[in-house]
Design a protein around this ligand. Structure first.
Ligand code: NDP
Length: 326
C-alpha cells in the first residue's frame, strides 16, 4: 500500500462513451476529474468496427477512433486520464475510498461509475479469431446489423435480447438462422412468438455452434451440431451474432451499492444517483435495456451534472459552473 493518499474531487471509473462524457462535463465544471481507463481503454466500442448511428458523424467513424476523439476532448479541458484498474472500493464511510492496482489509495468527494458491461461470447477459438479481425462476429445487432443487409446471418441465443436482435436483423437481412441450445426459448412468450412468426427467421432448436467458418479474413458460415443427434451441418452466413447475455462490470461494488439480480447497479430513476450519496452511475453498468453509445454518453453527462450539484450542496465554496449547462 502507498503511504500517500491522493484526494480527488471527482473520480471517474471507466473509459467508454459514458466515462469520457462525464469527464468532459466534469472538467468544464472545474471539478478536476481524474479518470481511470481500466483494462480496455475505450470500452466495448473498441471491439466495434464502424459506428454509424452516433449523431454527428454523417460518414460514420470507427469505434477506436471515436474513443480517441472523446478522450482528446476530455483532455482539452484538462481531465486527468490515467492508465490503471480500480481493484477495490470502500463506500462505507463519509469519504469514498478507491484503490488503484491494489496499491494506490484515493479519497474521493464524488465517484462516477462508468465501468460498462461485457457481452458474453461462446469462447470458441474461431469465434474469437473473427471477432478480433472484425471479420463478421458481433454481439450487437443494432450496431452492426446494417453491414449485413440483404445477406444471410446466424444468431445464437434464446433470451429476449436474442429475439429482439433476430427480429431487428430480419428487417435488414435476407435470412436469419437462430440457434437455440434447448428445445425452448428463455424469452418472454411475446418475443418468442414474434420471431416464430417472422418468415425469414429459421429457428434451429437443440442446436449449438461447433465452429465459425471463414476464409481467414471474414466469416463465410457456421458449422452447427444438433445436441440430441450429434449431427453436424454447415450454414452459409456472412455474419455471426452472439446474443447470450451481458455481464455488467460491477463486481467490486458488491456489498456497497444496490445491484439487481444480474449485477446491474440500481439508480434512482431519472437520475444517475445510487444508494450511496456522492456515488453516481452512468452507461451500461446500470442499463440492460438500451446499451447504446449515445445513451451511455447521455447518462455520463447526467452523472457529471448530478455530481456537480452534490458538491455544490455539500461545499458552499464550490460554485456550480454555468459552462456545464451550455
Ligand atoms: P438471458 O440471460 O435472458 O438469455 C441468455 C440466452 O442465451 C439464454 O437463452 C441462454 O440459453 C443462451 N445462452 C447462454 N449461454 C449460451 C451458450 N453458451 N450457447 C448457446 N446459448 C447460450 O439474456 P438476455 O440478454 O436475453 O436478457 C437479459 C435480461 O434483459 C432479461 O431479463 C431480459 O428479459 C431483459 N431484456 C428485455 C428486453 C425487452 O423486454 N425488450 C430486451 C432484451 C433483454 P438457455 O435458455 O438455454 O439458458
Amino acid at each position: 500500500m502507498s503511504d500517500t493518499i491522493e484526494k480527488v474531487k471527482c473520480l471517474i471509473i471507466g473509459s467508454g462513451p459514458a466515462g469520457y462524457t462525464a469527464a468532459i462535463y466534469a472538467a468544464r465544471a472545474n471539478m478536476s476529474p481524474v479518470l481511470y481507463q481500466g483494462t480496455q481503454p475505450g470500452g466495448q466500442l473498441t471491439t466495434t468496427n464502424e459506428v454509424e448511428n452516433f449523431p454527428g458523424y454523417p460518414d460514420g467513424i470507427t469505434g477506436p477512433e471515436m474513443m480517441m476523439q472523446l478522450q482528446a476532448q476530455a483532455q482539452r479541458f484538462e481531465a486527468d486520464i490515467r492508465d490503471g484498474w480500480i481493484t477495490k472500493v470502500d463506500f462505507s464511510g463519509d469519504v469514498h475510498k478507491v484503490w488503484v492496482n491494489e496499491e494506490k489509495e484515493i479519497h474521493c468527494d464524488t465517484v462516477i461509475i462508468s465501468t460498462g458491461a461485457s457481452a458474453k461470447y461462446l469462447g470458441l477459438d474461431s469465434e474469437q479469431k473473427y471477432l478480433k479481425l472484425g471479420g463478421g462476429v458481433s454481439a450487437c445487432a443494432v450496431c452492426d446489423g446494417f453491414f449485413y443487409r440483404n445477406q444471410e446471418v446466424v444468431i445464437v441465443g434464446a433470451g429476449d435480447s436474442a429475439c429482439e436482435e433476430a427480429h431487428y436483423l430480419s428487417k435488414l437481412c435476407k435470412k436469419v438462422t437462430m440457434l437455440v441450445r434447448r428445445d425452448e426459448f428463455r424469452a418472454s412468450k411475446i418475443m418468442a412468438t414474434r420471431v416464430k412468426n417472422t418468415e425469414n427467421i429459421e429457428i434451429l432448436f437443440n442446436t449449438e455452434t461447433d465452429e465459425v467458418l471463414g476464409d481467414g479474413q471474414v466469416v463465410t458460415g457456421v458449422r452447427v451440431v444438433n445436441n440430441k443427434t450429434n449431427e453436424k451441418h454447415d450454414i452459409e452466413a456472412t455474419g455471426f451474432f452472439v446474443a447470450i447475455g451481458h455481464k455488467p462490470n460491477t463486481d467490486i461494488f458488491k456489498g456497497f451499492l444496490e445491484l439487481d439480480e444480474t449485477g446491474y447497479i440500481i439508480n434512482t430513476p431519472g437520475t444517475s444517483k445510487t444508494n450511496i450519496e456522492g456515488v453516481f452511475v452512468s452507461g451500461d453498468a446500470a442499463d440492460h435495456v438500451y446499451r447504446q453509445a449515445v445513451t451511455a454518453a447521455g447518462t455520463g453527462c447526467m452523472a457529471a451534472l448530478d455530481a456537480e450539484r452534490y458538491l455544490a450542496a455539500k461545499d458552499s465554496t464550490f460554485e456550480v459552473s454555468t459552462s456545464s449547462y451550455n
